[in-house]
Design a protein around this ligand. Structure first.
Ligand code: HAM
Length: 422
């Protein structure tokens, strides 16, 4: 029987990891300058955390969680996202007591959702995300959005669209909920069973339905923005003012509802507008979640954040034909002719490596020609061929592959020579 990776997961092979590492290093650099400190939380949490945090009526909780009982009979779930865990840690470690608010966190790691597999949608994917917990200043909303945009621009993407909306406060959503029920109730039998269940519990979720999105009533549904309270409208106006000042272009889409229950006020998504990108165009999603910290057992502290998957970022790069500047160079390839030469090569390898010079040699007894081909394939900068005469003379020709130039260098000077010329 041939084993395969589980459906919806993928191996990231050695040829692909340099791209991942490059993206990861850009993310680390940007979170450093924006000052979002990394937090690492467990891959699984108590199931109830997500039921309460992400929301009982969401697709994630209803259909997509990897939930299991451990041997002690506790219900655990592989994390489907990072916000609930970050907020749990914020509460558990009493970060609200820190004098430096908001607490700015970032994370990167695998998330798990049992979703239908398609391009850009995996069952295990790597999310990078940030959370700024402890401020309801519209300036931090703009900072979070600008960090997300900065990431995509720094990796070299151009075909981007930032869509924003305000989901308002509690009062806004209550008024909107009543209007939605009035709108959908008379024709609810034309909708899927999920939507029928959503009507009473959380009619906003109907707007997010993957099955019924073409129904004509979707287009005429009352927009949340029409129900914004005065203070919510002011907050949204302030966020836009900051975005304008930062020179960030956006489109307001009153129909933007996010798939998780904790959002209010600012909600946003960044899409790829590249023609080559598949059906799922959302690269990144986020928003404000005032009230979540309290729901998870902490004080009444506001928060905002976003998350993006590295998989979709890489797909967007591919769609736009952007090549990342990845470093995967080999400084030296040592070709050893004979057992004595191999011993010497092993010794030289370790002296090179001790100085941070990347170096490799043959370990499968190939002929000289095959070893030279290897050096070529690996794009080695220099090749050193060590045989009997080199051992006698204690020096070797250092050949620069690109130019073909050769220079005789004593073994004892090799490290310095390479450091100077690489
Ligand atoms: P989300 O919209 O569920 O939000 O996911 C955010 C991003 O994760 C998506 O835009 C996409 O890049 C990626 N993503 C989600 N599901 C998949 C999948 N199956 N395959 C590949 N990529 C996927 C959240 O997760 C919120 N926690 C974001 C947030 C943080 N809001 C506030 N703070």
């Amino acid at each position: 029987m041939a084993f395969k990776v589980p459906r919806g997961t993928q191996d990231i092979l050695p040829e692909q990891t340099p791209k991942w590492q490059k993206v990861e290093s850009i993310l680390r650099q940007l979170t450093h300058v924006y000052r979002y400190k990394e937090i690492r939380t467990p891959i699984f949490e108590q199931t109830e955390l997500f039921q309460r945090g992400v929301g009982d009526t969401t697709d994630i909780v209803q259909k997509e969680m990897y939930t299991f009982d451990d041997r002690g009979g506790r219900s655990l779930t592989l994390r489907p996202e990072g916000t609930a865990s970050s907020v749990r840690a914020y509460v558990e470690h009493k970060m609200f007591g820190s004098p430096d608010q908001p607490v700015k966190l970032s994370y990167m790691g695998p998330m798990f959702r049992y979703e239908r597999q398609q391009a850009g949608r995996y069952r295990q994917f790597v999310q990078f995300g940030v959370e700024a917990i402890g401020s309801s200043d519209p300036a931090i909303d703009a900072e979070v959005i600008s960090l997300a945009m900065d990431i995509y621009q720094t990796v070299g993407l151009k075909d981007l669209k930032l869509v924003i909306n305000s989901l308002g406060d509690k009062e806004t959503r209550e008024a909107h909920k009543t209007a939605l029920i009035q709108h959908f109730e008379p024709s609810i039998s034309e909708f899927c069973s999920d939507c029928q269940n959503r009507l009473a519990k959380n009619p906003l979720r109907i707007l997010d339905c993957k099955k019924d999105h073409e129904h004509p009533l979707m287009k005429t549904a009352p927009a949340l923005t029409d129900y914004l309270t005065e203070s919510s409208a002011q907050y949204f106006a302030d966020v836009k003012k900051y975005l304008d000042t930062l020179g960030i272009t956006y489109v307001v889409d009153p129909n933007l509802v996010r798939g998780l229950d904790y959002y209010n006020h600012t909600a946003f998504e960044i899409m790829s507008t590249s023609e080559g990108f598949g059906a799922i165009t959302t690269l990144c999603g986020g928003g404000r979640y005032n009230g979540l910290v309290e729901d998870i057992g902490g004080p009444d502290v506001p928060g905002i954040g976003f998350a993006m998957s590295i998989e979709r970022l890489l797909l967007a790069l591919e769609a736009e034909g952007v090549e990342l500047d990845v470093e995967d160079h080999l400084d030296i390839y040592l070709v050893a002719m004979g057992d004595e030469a191999k011993l010497k090569s092993a010794e030289l390898l370790s002296t090179f490596r001790a100085k941070g010079i990347s170096a490799d040699m043959d370990y499968v007894d190939r002929k000289m020609k095959a070893q030279m081909k290897s050096a070529d394939r690996l794009s080695a900068k220099f090749v050193l061929v060590i045989g009997e005469s080199e051992l006698e003379e204690m020096s070797v020709n250092v050949k620069e592959m690109e130019t073909g130039n050769q220079e005789k260098v004593p073994f004892s000077d090799l490290v310095n020579y390479v450091l100077e010329h690489k």
